[in-house]
Ligand binder design. Structure first.
Ligand code: NAP
Length: 315
């Protein structure tokens, strides 16, 4: 069955693409590059020897470099795919080894703090165009990746003022060929949008699963047994990578706290509706929220199948 990515390109967009950090996103990019012929050679680097070994076994890159510095030598595209907190140190390490004219990008889930950590290290003559594919799963590591992860999802690029339009067009073409839709945004706006669409929902999921785990009057086995009532859908998000999400919250503090403040106010209003038997208020809110889900399905960002498209017996 066709995977939806279409035929490989007749000519690669880049000669040598270096992916630094081969977890879920890095390995998915490697698969997508291979599948679509986006680069003549794919070079992978990762801090972990075990990950490098796995990448060799999976054969998802043409070369596996021992260090990020070695990985970027001669590359005309470099994408940093490590946790947000590691980006600054990687930029410092690779800076002297970057090829003049190379495009340097990243996939980090926050943008302003990464720009602050990376940009000061990069030499003049390379094009730094930060990015964020809004696509993922709760899995991590090099075996979790797949070529269609970015298909029909959005990749947000946050080019600094004065970015060379040709470099931006090249990077956009790369993501488009990987199946993504591309949107350009200011970094601070990206961080605010993602705070409410991704970061706060993860925090809520971590919190509700943590609360349930700590309950004394309901046993853990009951929580698991009756989880199909809604709880299990939070556990999927709350199973996301701890390192990645620690870094996201520490690096998007302001926007997350702003959105959490609003969330708390609305939660208090809901509490009041329940206490005051305000059925109409509850009904009106739930009707509005249902319409949001319809919009997400209409835009192809979720399946309309009942139970999130799970088939019986499959999770
Ligand atoms: P992941 O599966 O945990 O992979 C990250 C990889 O980077 C790991 O193999 C890690 O090695 C390696 N690494 C850590 N420090 C490094 C360094 N200094 N140099 C080279 N490699 C290093 O994470 P991921 O889910 O792919 O996320 C990667 C980035 O994508 C993050 O910035 C995240 O914010 C962003 N992102 C994630 C998602 C998602 O849903 N997962 C979606 C969009 C964007 P160790 O395991 O040995 O530390």
């Amino acid at each position: 069955m066709p995977d939806g990515l279409g035929a490989p390109l007749s000519e690669p967009l880049f000669e040598r693409a270096a992916l630094i950090g081969i977890g879920l996103i890095g390995s998915s990019l490697a698969h997508a590059c291979r599948r679509k012929g986006l680069a003549r050679a794919i070079v992978a680097a990762d801090a972990s020897p075990a990950v490098r070994e796995t990448v060799r076994k999976l054969a998802i890159a043409d070369e596996v470099a021992e260090t990020a510095a070695a990985g970027v030598e001669g590359a005309d595209l470099v994408i940093l795919c490590a946790p947000v907190g590691a980006m600054g140190a990687i930029a410092e390490e690779i800076a002297p080894h970057l090829k003049p004219g190379a495009i340097v990008s990243d996939v980090g889930s926050v943008k302003a703090s990464i720009i602050g950590a990376v940009a000061p290290h990069l030499p003049l003559g390379v094009h730094f165009i930060p990015g964020h594919p809004v696509a993922g799963t709760e899995q991590s590591g090099p075996t979790a990746g797949f070529a269609t992860l970015f298909l029909n999802r959005w990749t947000i690029l946050t080019p600094p003022e004065g970015t060379d339009p040709k470099a931006l067009a090249r990077l956009s073409a790369f993501w488009t060929a990987a199946g993504a839709n591309v949107e350009v945004m200011a970094p601070a706006h990206h961080d605010l949008v993602l705070a409410i669409t991704s970061h706060v929902p993860h925090l809520i999921a971590y919190n509700i699963v943590g609360t349930a785990a700590d309950l004394e009057e309901v046993t853990r086995s009951e929580v698991i047994k009756f989880s199909a009532g809604g709880f299990r859908d939070f556990t999927r998000i709350a199973a996301s990578d701890p390192t990645m999400w620690r870094d996201v919250f520490l690096n998007n503090k302001e926007a997350v706290l702003e959105m959490l403040g609003r969330f708390n106010e609305d939660l208090t209003a809901l509490q009041r509706m329940i206490r005051r038997d305000d059925g109409q208020g509850l009904f009106d809110l739930f009707t509005r929220t249902r319409a949001i889900r319809r919009g997400i399905i209409e835009q192809g960002q979720e399946t309309a199948a009942p139970d999130f498209g799970r088939r019986t017996g499959e999770n």
